[in-house]
Design a protein. Structure first.
Length: 372
């Protein structure tokens, strides 16, 4: 008699943004796809092609796309949801502030954003969450979830195979400052406007950087076109500022390989203690940059603050003046630049391989952790 295939389902109301959080939860599903689990996603459109264009997953063609049964909550839809979810062994949900009963055998909430409004632990929600466990992607987010009375398990993302297998012995770099992140102005914006202003100031204040280019790469959705247009206006006719919206994965890899510096401004100007949701929650792009031998500068808040070892694998800054000062000092020390490139690449290989990630998923994600 054949063993019954185990089934996993995901509902992520933000799935079409295809951001870092979406990549992370899909990575977790990939672990179980490798073990023969059937993977299902509740969404009214088949996003397989878009996911393949953005990420390097192997299991995407095997995904089952199911109608979104969570769109219009009512008594009858709740009943339908319970009847549907009871057929799954595991169910993953990314919350948008609403919660529902699940009849799946095991249920997990990926707490992506440290925003207290998303975790209303009213009496009815506590009852709904009785069969859920929480996990997140960074110690930073875990710390804030604890303040919201939620215990969680940390499963950090991994780097794509390309980054892990790079040759660290020599990095051939061009005069490029790279920044990677979705083009949008809300939530934890990547602050491309501040990046453009700082780049112009850097070139004006230090002739050593006069031949550098700034490349801004990232996803662009239709609703964010106005913000993107404003960025281009801010750049003006400066041909050294280059935009790469919706870049292909292979081209992004190439940019990392060529870029001398990497800037990450998420959270810039935000008080982390007041608005943790607006700073970087983890920050996979600075880690990708480190792996590629980029000299990585991140705003001193959130996830990057946990990962960056000052002067060893990268640098933190609090102001644009501090950023420019540190870059000026570094540019005058070629030997130090090369040392940091090698150390940062080795650091990422040690801590962010797929094997480490997979072991964490299999070992820890199914620990029964509850709120409270």
């Amino acid at each position: 008699m054949k063993n019954k295939v185990k089934k996993i389902a995901l509902f992520d109301p933000y799935l079409d943004t295809l951001g870092g959080g979406e990549k992370h939860v899909l990575s977790i599903l990939e672990v179980f796809a490798e073990k023969g689990y059937e993977i299902n996603i509740f969404w009214d459109e088949n996003l397989s092609k878009k996911i393949k264009d953005r990420f390097s997953f192997k299991f995407i063609d095997k995904l089952n796309w199911l109608p979104n049964i969570f769109k219009h909550p009512s008594f009858f839809s709740t009943l339908k949801t319970l009847l549907t979810l009871r057929t799954f062994d595991y169910f993953f949900y990314i919350p948008d502030g609403s919660y529902f009963f699940s009849s799946a055998k095991k249920n997990f909430i990926y707490a992506m954003v440290p925003d207290e409004k998303l975790y209303n632990l009213s009496l009815i929600n506590r009852i709904k969450l009785g069969h859920y466990s929480f996990f997140t992607h960074s110690e930073f987010t875990k710390k804030w979830l604890k303040k919201f009375s939620i215990d969680s398990q940390v499963i950090m993302p991994y780097l794509d195979k390309y980054f892990i297998e790079q040759n660290n012995d020599s990095f051939k770099k061009e005069r490029i400052i790279l920044s990677v992140g979705r083009f949008f102005s809300h939530l934890h914006s990547k602050k491309q406007d501040e990046i453009i202003r700082t780049f112009k100031l850097l070139k004006h204040s230090n002739p050593k950087f006069k031949d550098y280019k700034l490349i801004l790469a990232g996803g662009l959705m239709k609703e964010d076109q106005k913000y993107f247009d404003n960025l281009k206006k801010l750049a003006g006719n400066d041909s050294s500022i280059i935009f790469k919206p919706n870049i292909k994965l292979y081209e992004l890899y190439g940019l990392y390989k060529l870029s001398d510096y990497f800037w990450h401004f998420t959270g810039f100007g935000i008080d982390e203690a007041l608005h943790p949701e607006q700073v970087e929650h983890f920050g996979i792009t600075p880690i990708e940059a480190m792996a590629s031998g980029c000299l990585t500068f991140s705003y001193n808040a959130g996830g990057p603050k946990e990962i960056t070892i000052e002067g060893k694998n990268g640098f933190l800054f609090n102001t644009t003046g501090e950023l420019i000062s540190k870059m000026t000092s570094l540019e005058n020390n070629l030997e130090l630049k090369n040392k940091i490139r090698i150390k940062s690449a080795l650091f990422t290989k040690k801590h962010f391989s797929y094997k480490i990630f997979k072991d964490l998923v299999l070992k820890n994600i199914f620990v029964n952790i509850r709120y409270g």
